[in-house]
Design a protein around this ligand. Structure first.
Ligand code: MRU
Length: 364
């Protein structure tokens, strides 16, 4: 995607080097800057501090981190030690483990001296596949948006509600739910997006608005609690959200607050779609509420807020009294019964094991 007319992806290999550069998402929308990751410690730090974030991008960053770890120490012991260290950086998005497992499978039986080169080949391939997959997801999902536009007699823009950030900076390019919106917009379907601010990290307010604005997609920022009201008043035609892990039975784990939107959508007969690549499906899990580990993040994400001051500096200020006890679960699980459908690169599935196996029969 373009930033001030220049094409970017969220992560890239530095020319003829073994390091990678990423867009520093902690500075957006106030400043667009990049950060060079020199080694596995840098990659883990970037994932933990959310310099990079979004399930697909976490996976690709983890893969490059693993390649850098093997560049520096290709021993048998480090094959597992590096895997475990990177995998522990963030627990909820399954794409991290997915990418690390693919890479480990492909390098494990090689001689130690051959591992790093092979690891970079795999990481580069996962990066390229992410772009291709998101393009296919966008095409599948844009059909749903077109159907609503046609059903409304082409009389007005399709109102889409989204949560968190699922755009090109959450992936390598395009995005998942936001990729669908870009594709619909680029295809000439008039859309308008309600953007949930997404407390506490404000990915909606800071990142989704920045992305949609840069791409010229009409949008309105709303507080997290406004969605139900808008749905009651017929102002939302469809909800499109991403996912960090979807179980084999179709339960969808996504940014905290997604579940409440799904409940409101059900009560108001608004279609609620979860948009995801196949790499986000955890075939080893069934009951998302019982089984998915929900990341608990630092309390200062809730007690404090960051923004840009009058002099242009980025500052952090406190909202709550000092010493306030805080709970900060970063994700929640929307049960399959509240999900109208799962939009993937292979098509739209019912949120159920049978629905997913219809698209991924090799997992039977
Ligand atoms: O905590 P984050 O910002 O990494 O959470 C991201 C989300 O919840 C996204 O909606 C999800 O990863 C899908 S992104 C394509």
């Amino acid at each position: 995607m373009k930033v001030d007319g220049v094409s970017y992806r969220s992560i890239w290999r530095d020319p003829s080097e073994t390091t990678v550069t990423v867009v520093d998402q902690t500075l957006l929308p106030h400043r667009f800057d990049t950060l060079k990751l020199m080694n596995v410690a840098d990659a883990i730090d970037a994932i933990k501090r959310m310099v990079v974030r979004g399930a697909p991008l976490i996976g690709v960053t983890g893969a490059y981190g693993y390649a850098m770890a093997l560049r520096d120490d290709p021993s048998d012991a480090n094959v597992d030690a590096a895997f475990d260290a990177i995998n522990a950086a963030r627990p909820t998005a399954v794409n991290l483990r997915w990418a690390l497992e693919i890479l480990r499978r492909e390098i494990r039986d090689l001689a130690p001296d051959d591992r790093a080169v092979a690891a970079y080949v795999v990481a580069d391939r996962l990066r390229a596949e992410d772009i291709e997959t998101n393009g296919a997801i966008a095409e599948q999902g844009a059909r749903l948006v077109r159907e609503i536009y046609e059903a409304n007699g082409r009389s007005r823009p399709v109102n889409i509600l989204t949560h968190c950030n699922t755009g090109w900076i959450a992936c390598v390019d395009w995005g998942t739910a936001l990729g669908v919106i870009y594709r619909a917009h680029d295809d000439g379907i008039p859309v308008h997006v309600w953007v949930d601010e997404t407390r506490p990290r404000n990915q909606g307010a800071s990142l989704t608005t920045w992305e949609l604005g840069s791409h010229g997609v009409p949008h309105t920022l709303i507080v997290d609690n406004a969605g139900g009201h808008l749905m009651q008043h017929g102002q939302v035609d469809i909800c499109l959200v991403g996912a960090d892990r979807v179980t084999a039975s179709g339960d969808a784990c996504n940014k905290i607050g997604t579940y409440l939107k799904a409940l409101a959508a059900k009560d108001n007969h608004v279609p609620f779609y979860v948009v995801l690549p196949g790499s986000t499906i955890d075939w080893n899990m069934e009951d998302g509420v019982a089984e998915i580990e929900i990341e608990e993040r630092a309390s200062d994400e809730v007690t404090h807020i960051s923004g840009v001051a009058g002099d242009g500096s980025i500052v952090k200020v406190r909202l709550a009294p000092k010493g306030t006890k805080v709970g900060n679960p970063a994700f929640d699980v929307t049960p399959a019964r509240l999900v109208t459908g799962l939009v993937t690169e292979r098509g739209v599935a019912e949120a159920s094991r049978a629905g997913l196996l219809g698209l991924y029969p090799e997992k039977a």
